[in-house]
Design a protein around this ligand. Structure first.
Ligand code: IPE
Ligand code: IPE
Ligand code: MG
Length: 275
């Protein structure tokens, strides 16, 4: 059993961590709450926007590394519904950076066979950002590698509420029956429909909260918190999080003994109500 909690992996190099990583047991879907840009900048006496710019470089590194490692889906929390409450200038800077990111990274996505998608109320975004979102989605739609899913103007409660509204409309129109509503069917109404089950959530910057991210999907996800600020996070620490994940026993409600009997290695695939 590997014991690699933050701190214990701190001394290991990228190569040492890679040697400990079992690429046949990677989480299928990793989501990251990219937090700490503002503090990174403040620590250097820089404006918050400088932290967001540096954070964009981390996004590039993590997207590339995740895709090369063979992760199937990566969801990045870039802008929450609540983030609209930030000062207008910061919101505008974040929107400009988003547009710039999409313009710059389309090439990298094509080179890495990455398919771009979004979750959240993207209709709220300024026109330039929406235009580039549509363009990058359309141009990468046929790619078959990792799905890069960016959460923009996203809120977990909002997503569940929207799903309920869509379901309600189908119900009223007689397209579905209440008896037919299963967890799987309801998941199909969420923005994340079609993405693999969420296996691992990483949050940087030492905050231990979910901040309205993927509330439905986190039901049985593993959580990994690190004190690193997002601009300081990198490939080495991503691998550390993956190694840590692989050292955990995902029980989905069962006992450790049962899991040993199921497949002999303490790890188990599947959702929260496997019987
Ligand atoms: C995360 O960094 C980026 C966004 C939420 C857009 P923050 O801007 O929240 O950084 P801190 O938490 O103030 O350090
Ligand atoms: C969460 O970070 C949202 C994103 C990373 C986009 P925040 O910095 O907005 O979260 P809180 O407000 O500290 O919970
Ligand atoms: Mg923050």
């Amino acid at each position: 059993m590997l014991l690699t909690r933050d701190g214990q992996v701190a001394e290991l190099s990228r190569e040492e961590l890679l040697a400990r990583l079992d690429t046949s047991r990677l989480p299928r879907h990793v989501a990251i709450i990219m937090d700490g840009n503002g503090r990174w900048a403040a620590n250097r006496g820089l404006p918050r926007v400088a932290g967001h710019k540096k954070g964009m470089e981390t996004v590039r590194e993590i997207v590339t590394a995740s895709s090369k490692l063979g992760i199937k889906a990566l969801t990045l929390y870039a802008f929450s519904l609540e983030n609209w409450k930030r000062p207008r200038l910061e919101v505008e800077a974040l929107m400009s950076l988003l547009t710039l990111y999409l313009q710059n990274e389309l090439k990298l996505m094509q080179e890495n066979n990455i398919k771009f998608t979004t979750i959240g109320r993207t209709d709220d975004l300024p026109g330039a950002a929406r235009k580039w979102i549509d363009k990058v989605k359309a141009e990468t739609a046929g790619n078959t590698g990792m799905v890069l899913d960016i959460a923009l103007s996203y809120g977990g409660r909002w997503e569940i509420m929207e799903a309920a509204k869509k379901y309600g409309a189908d119900l009223l129109a007689g397209r579905v029956s209440p008896q037919g509503l299963t967890e799987e069917a309801f998941s199909g109404y969420l923005d994340t429909a079609g993405l693999p089950e969420l296996d691992l959530v990483i949050r940087t910057s030492g905050e231990m909260r979910i901040s309205n991210f993927l509330l439905w999907q986190t039901a049985y996800a593993e959580l990994y918190f690190t004190d690193s600020l997002w601009p300081d996070f990198g490939e080495r620490e991503l691998i550390a999080a993956l190694v840590d994940y692989q050292g955990r026993e995902r029980r989905f409600g069962r006992t450790g003994e049962q899991l040993g009997a199921v497949n002999g290695n303490g790890a188990m695939e599947g959702g929260g109500h496997a019987v």
